[in-house]
Write a protein of this length. Sequence first.
Lengths: 903, 429
Amino acid sequence: MSDGRFFQTTKRGEIHELKEELHSANKDKKKEAVKKVIAAMTVGKDVSALFPDVVNCMQTSNIELKKLVYLYVINYAKAQPELAILAVNTFRKDSLDANPLIRALAVRTMGCIRLEQITEYLVEPLRRCCKDQDPYVRKTAAICIAKLYDISPELVEDQGFIDILKDMLSDGNPMVVANSVAALSEISESAGKNVLPMNENTISKLLAALNECTEWGQVFILDAIATHTPTSARDAESILERVTARLSHANAAVVMSAIKVVMRFLDRITNTETIRSLQRKLSPPLVTLLSAEPEIQYVALRNINLIVQRRPTILATEVKMFFCKYNDPVYVKMEKLDIMVRLASERNIDQILMELKEYATEVDVDFVRKSVRAIGRCAIKLDRAAERCINVLLDLIETRVNYVVQEAIVVIKDIFRKYPNRYESIISALCENLDSLDEPEAKASMIWIIGEYAERIDNADELLDSFLESFHDETPSVQLQILTATVKLFLKTPSSTQDMVTKVLKMSTEESENPDLRDRGYIYWRLLSSNPEATKQVVLADKPTISDDSYSLDSSVLDRLIDNIAMLSSVYHKLPEAFVTRLRTVQKGEYEDEEEEEEEEDKVARLRQEMKEGPAYESDEEDERDRDRDRDRDDESSGGEPTDLLGLDDTTTTTTPTAAAPTVPQQMVLNADQPGQKGQRGLKVAAALTRFRGSIVLQMTFGNMSQMPLSGWAIQFNKNPFGLAPGGPLQVQDLAPGQTATASLPVTPNQLLSNNPPAVPLILQVAVKTSLDVFYFNVPVDFGVLLVEDDSTDKDTFKDLWARIGEAKQVSVMAMAPQPLPSAQCIQTLAAVNIKLVAQRAADTFDSLYFSCTTTNRLVVLAEISLQKSGNGVKVVTRTEAGPLIPLFQAQVAKSLTLQRTG
Amino acid sequence: MISSILLINQKGEILIHRSYKGDVTRTEATLFCSRVVAAKEAREKPILSIGQCHFIHTTIGDITVVATTKSNANVMLVLKFLYRLVEVFSAYFGGQVDENAVRKNFVLIYELLDEIVDYGFPQILEVDILKKYITQGGMKTVDLNDEEQLKKLTVQATGNCSWRADGIKYRKNEVYIDVIESVNVLISHKGVVLRADVSGQIMVKCLLSGMPECKFGMNDKLVMNRDPRKANKGTAIAIDDCRFHQCVRLPKFDLERTITFIPPDGTFELMTYRITENINLPFKILPVVQERGRTRVECSVKVKANFAKNIFATNVIIKIPCPKTTAKAHLSNVGAGKAKYEPSQGGIIWRIRRFPGDTEYTLLADVELASSVTDKQWYRPPIAMDFQVPMFTASGLRVRFLSIQEKSNYKPVKWIRYITKAGSYQHRI
């Protein structure tokens, strides 16, 4: 019997047929039908329509059928969440089954259904299974906690599952321990905080399990131990005593993780004898990895590269083991070359050079080139071997194999730079190959050599001249070298090369379109025409020396890569944050194709919206002034009716009743070049906090300036004096690079109270999480936004309160308005920010206006604003019980009325 | 850890796609298929990233096995897991893992993938245990409704001896030990040994009842020197490095260098080792290759067997590379066996079925080259050799004892064989 035949049905009406079979009373027929459904699923056919029918088969004691149904449910739960809930009851029942395999299966599968709705039903069965008497169920439950964390971290933390996992580290069964370690590590990684703190107690539990658990479990445990920082040399030694035995394990992954622990802990050990003996222990297992499968070899070589950079003595005597075999895959050969150079020393250089010379005659061009480069690197690395390296390179040049010659010339240039005035005798041999050079890098190198040593090459001018004809066809790098070399030549032998230098300068400046070339040309030209002596000092100055260090990693980076031995990071030689982007995967479905279509529609819709609304960024002052003017005009036409300062025109909102507040001037709060938490850049945000119809709204415009699409949006506020908190989830569609999107988020006050008095200027600290990074920025908060509409202060209460607060708490300031301020305008403007007029009194020289306002946390601020009749002076007298609000209030008034403070 | 596992055929079609975390979509996987698998980029590194997704893969026959991840996963673990996954498949499919077998067994594969990985973490990959409770594939041995049996099963699967089941019974208790050595040699064209090492493998076939406690000993220099009585008995050898099966108690080896274990049932690889000192190369190759002008290459290859007269090497194959432009090869004086120019192999293949010790054979070849337009240099790949020498170890390793203790106190019959094979046995010319 084979399952292959299930793929062969392509008839129409298949779904219908399957449906019937699924309801068959015959168990075998049912089973066959489910298999057919799964076959269809495998080839990518959509059989989600059969969900209820398949789920119907779930209630069976037949474990084979049950497994098949579960497999189906995992796949389609996402597409049919309402129906998936139907399956929950069966899951719960199964988690109480007498059969441990079924209990485990139920918990495992429930965790795989990535639906938030299901999580609440999972909590109880999961908690029970963590304490199950059967180890198989417990080990499954441990992993399930990590699954649940991915869907709902809050739930896991609130329900104390992390502590349950920590308790499970003391379980008697090694696999339960190993899986708990794996789960805690996974949670630590996705939470960005360490939930598996290492202490003596934990370590000893882990070491005990290490000897007994499966090879995979050993890797989980070793990786966890590697995150521990030993408290002392003794601590490090005693742990390593238990770990080094793993170096003889058959599984390369166990070995590599053990090596990681040793490499990390070695730094703590002080006894040189212990260090030496540990280092000696590392070498054989590393070499053995080289006889494994090529893929393993590759990973091992990338790691060895790091290890020998950190501790060069470890493999110092083993360079032979890194010689390439004829049939090694190219990616292995390339890595071996790197390590050969790293291990090169006075003692083994002859052997290495013989090998490299051999490789330089092989078939694969890339490999040959890298071999030639390796010879050059050896020369630069080892002073005393430089001559031997040069001789090998000369031998290779004699083969006249085009790419070998060119590569050799490139490296000889570096050797000349490292050891000036030592090997120039070979220049003539190089010059013989001038005609065969066709690659820019080789050409540029050769021209550099000619220019640098012009005085020793008899026909340097002729040689350079031969490049001039094709000057305009050369690549910029070659052109730059020709220019510099000609100037050098001229400075050395001015008499004969005057014409040539003029020609080159002309070609580089007047006839070239390359700005770099033109710049350099003009600089030389001016230097030469103003002060030839100075030119000499500039152009013929000593060059900084070069070394082989350029191939080595920065030591702090190296240390962190050593921490990541065996991980992806060690293969890429990049820190994890450089390539791992944390995705909140919950929102992501399996069926991306559909999603993409939706996204397309979204894009279209947004484009239309944008066209209607105009560009999203409007924070220029210019605009604001325009608006002011508009407002003034409005005032006239509508006969002084109150107008919304923020331009919140009701008519626009009635046409789009469901839409949030219309766009208001937003300020740029995050530039694309400001890094996020992990140092990623590329999110641009403009934002404004506004008050709209009695509630606060945070309007934002996001621009994706990164190279990656952004998704997984979420937002958080820091605690703040008025307790502003997001009133809902941040809804932004996935943003392709270069796209922008707007979002408005309802904000609820009095939630996230910081219990600190507000500062001036008042800001709201916001964190936006995306798939790229977490970004932090500050949104300025206008005091007006925090003022409620229903301020109930009337004349009498005002008087009472004013008197009660007393003069002691009164603050008054003097200010100037740009022009005389009519009281009507003042009242209107302040009313727009919910600072209400309570009373008004006219005196001879000024009008006194009495205002009151109430904040979201029901604090009242009273003010008397006096407007000078004959001039533009304004006096603001404020009284409130809540002193810290005064500066905010003053700032708001000043902003609304565009006042300039005078005292 | 692992986000999803994929099996892909040579055309780049996804045969199996099992997602564990839901963060890698099928679309992303398809991208990998079209760019890497279908493009047949043999040069591709085994680990590469497309977009934000990282692909770790290996190709076995016509199937590419891929693990995807979006986190900083342990690559060594993932790769090792992929190899083991293929081993599990092959145990179920009867040794053959190819597209056909995958298509035939997809339900089984899904069940296996569900059982051996949970949320991207490898779980139980011991075939003997899996066979007890995996329902598909018709190999299930435990009645999944019997609670007693289930209890034993789950404890064993998760316990500290997951490789051996309880209650194994044999009428006749036997152990077969095979010491298999592969010699890797690289000799320069001047005849200097650039590198020579032996990678050895000790395969054990255990047909033993109950839970036998085994102790294994070799002529390991470190052990022999410790015990003065044994120091003179035969030659001891220095083992550079050894690795043991999961069943061997590593702390005990680390401290005392004794190899103790409870073996799995059936055949398993007890240990692998590597030796670089004092290696007896079984064959010496003495080639003389001369390019005579542009149209002729003269080869003379002498092969000498360096082992005792009373043993034979079998299936000796010597591959002598010839330039691509070879038109004809005149082979004269073939000392033994048969030799023939095989264009598909890119050289002369010289086969000698039986090669007695302490003898030497010579082959003379006169290769005619067709004149070609491009005057390309011949890159001279190395001469490669393949052979098997039974009853010989290039390293000199000998098994000294295997003691077995079991409750029922049976005396098992022990058999031992040695064989040396060619690993990468090359002589540059």
